[in-house]
Design a protein around this ligand. Sequence first.
Ligand code: KIV
Length: 278
Amino acid sequence: MANKKFTVSSFLKAKKEGKKISMLTAYDYSTAKLLDEANVDSLLVGDSLGMVMLGYENTLQVTMEDMIHHCKAVARGTKNAMVIGDMPFLSYHISLEDSIKNAGRLVKEGGVHAVKLEGGTEVIDKIKAIVNAQIPVVGHLGLTPQSINMFGGFKVQGKSEEKARKIIEDALLLQEAGVFAIVLECVPERLAKLISEKLDIPTIGIGAGKHCDGQVLVTQDILGMYTDFVPKFVKQYTKLSHHIKEAAKGYIDEINQGIFPAKEHTFSIDDEVLEKLY
Ligand code: KIV
């Protein structure tokens, strides 16, 4: 039987029924297709593609054009998972008009079903405007990588009473503003539990412990493919970096030894045609 499409209602239904939500990042067609076939609930075209796909040091250089390019590829590879596109740095900070326009571009041109943006009180007017434009929004609190220069590094957030209170208040504000889920990144497990209990919408944790309503990780991290930096919260389910290098070495060796390509990989031509060519 075909799997059912995962939608905004599915997120809210999962929260009500206590069913965990699975989310993974995807940046290209073939990976999206595989993850969708594995029945992941949601695919996030994260601006982490800046590091994972484009080799930048952080997410700050990612542009709307980069996001649309990758969103399009993921949308084409996805049948059932809900596709969410990240709004890149400065695409929702300047004006309400700009924010609606850029969120709309991710939907119209990129083909995503919803957008995600980082921050609480500071961006609440932008979130309301995007939701009013009928674009579903996912919030993102805790360690918000686009604020890396304000945080002074990738650090756990919400450990002091003041910082924890701000995250709780922001989560409630985001819910009131109409977001249908909130990503909680790098916050202590018991704070994430408290926030998840206070909200009617699901929390999706990354480095936020098991009490969140769902989990998200970078696909290249779970596959053991992205080795520049492996955060504490990552679990590698395989070591693709090893398998990829072994396969590439096998290919290179076979070329050097004249083993590849073999007969079965080549095309034939009739003798009489060939003779005329000499
Ligand atoms: O950009 C991203 O991939 C993200 C998550 C991993 C939550 O925002």
